[in-house]
Design a binder for this molecule. Structure first.
Ligand code: PLP
Length: 231
């Protein structure tokens, strides 16, 4: 169902209120917490409505779907973030079409994104996705391998490594604190790392308490989306 303009507006206000409330509770400036609107499976029209309310950052999981929407929304000044699994044969189009990639989890993907980022564009902002659940089936670099990956990625010329991302199993709020600790340790060597991408509709408060700088919110902004494999 297409959300009405007022429902999208109300949802945005509600999410902003949630962020303000928790930021105040933990004494963090709300300006340090960025809202990424996750628009996978949502229509260009819904994106346009949120944009008209001031939202600029949008996250997409599926490349073809994202590129189609980007074409339809080319008149808007949107900052596009790729947050889905990165297949190595899709890196060229991702490197050309996005400002951020939150889901880099292995060196070959980072190397390809750097090599394929057009030289006329500013470096691609990226986060390394870390698997904090210890399930081998899920995407994400294991925490004990992050430092080595960071050291290699930071040398790539057309990438700007910003920090870490995680997508823990529902209810694993401990993962947010653990990821924040991994970042703190990395910052001893690489103080320029400034981003923690974690928290979604259901658990954004926990993520902000733990130090999130990006929360990735879909359902709470757009309503329930049609299910699709792999979500
Ligand atoms: C879908 C998705 C989200 C948003 O989830 P909601 O529960 O709808 O807020 C955030 N991050 C990633 C990586 C996603 O795939």
């Amino acid at each position: 169902m297409q959300p009405t303009e007022t429902s999208v507006e109300n949802s945005l206000k509600q999410v902003q209120c949630r962020l303000e409330r928790v930021a105040e509770q933990v004494g963090r400036p709300v300006a340090a917490i960025h809202l990424l609107a996750v628009s996978k499976m949502q229509t260009p029209e819904s994106i346009r409505q949120l944009y008209q309310r001031g939202q600029r950052d949008f996250g997409e999981n599926y490349l073809q779907e994202a590129v189609d929407k980007q074409q339809q929304l080319a008149d808007l000044d949107i900052v596009w973030h790729f947050i889905g699994p990165v297949q190595r044969n899709k890196t060229q189009e991702i490197a050309r079409s996005f400002s951020w990639v939150h889901s880099v989890d292995r060196l070959v993907v980072a190397q390809r994104l750097s090599a394929q980022r057009p030289s006329g564009m500013r470096p691609l902002d990226i986060c390394i996705q870390v698997n904090m659940d210890g399930e081998t089936s899920k995407s994400g670099c294991p925490p004990q391998a992050v430092a080595e990956l960071v050291a290699a990625v930071i040398a790539l010329p057309q990438l700007r490594l910003r920090g870490l991302m995680t997508l823990p199993a529902p209810g694993n709020t401990q993962a947010f604190y653990a990821l924040a600790e991994v970042l703190r340790q990395l910052q001893c060597t690489w103080p320029q790392l400034d981003s923690l991408s974690m928290g979604m509709s259901a658990d954004l408060e926990d993520a902000v308490r733990a130090g999130a700088t990006w929360v990735r919110v879909g359902t709470a902004l757009f309503g329930k989306r049609n299910q699709r494999e792999g979500i």
